[in-house]
Design a binder for this molecule. Structure first.
Ligand code: RB5
Length: 141
């Protein structure tokens, strides 16, 4: 898959871990996030990734900040973006099956009970179910 990723200073280690995992699996990753803990603003990082995603050719995007909260809020203000803040295997699965999320968000300062790589894999292997879910997504505009 072709994936765009961006992060703020609150998720440098998580970003590195996910990029390493994705690359090892043979996926192509465009890293637009920061690699140091110098402060940046998560709305700017979301905007960078969304602009790149809008150029086309990407399967989905990953957005990371300290909690995943701010950067998912920022992403969802952009038209056409459905960014799902996932935190376990159920929400990772539903993000694709029900919401057809084109971005997922996680937090670098969050203690997940499951490995973030595993959540990512569940999302990536899932399939959008369409039907009534497509009708609901259409209402998001
Ligand atoms: C940055 O300190 C932090 O506020 C940010 O990474 C994120 O957690 C916001 O939602």
């Amino acid at each position: 898959m072709n994936i765009v990723i961006a992060n703020d200073h609150g998720a440098v280690d998580l970003k590195k871990k996910l990029v390493q995992w994705l690359t090892k699996q043979g996926h192509k990753v465009k890293n637009l996030g920061v690699d140091t803990e110098d402060r940046v603003d998560y709305p700017d990082m979301a905007a960078l990734a969304i602009e790149e995603f809008g150029k086309g050719g990407y399967d989905f995007g990953i957005l990371l900040c300290g909690t995943g909260l701010g950067i998912s809020m920022a992403a969802n203000r952009h038209k056409g973006i459905r960014c799902a803040l996932i935190h376990d295997s159920f929400t990772a699965l539903m993000a694709k099956e029900h919401n057809d999320a084109n971005f997922i968000a996680m937090g670098g300062r969050v203690q997940y009970r499951e490995k973030p790589e595993d959540l990512l894999e569940i999302y990536m292997n899932a399939t959008f179910q369409g039907g009534r879910h497509a009708e609901r997504i259409a209402k998001l505009g």
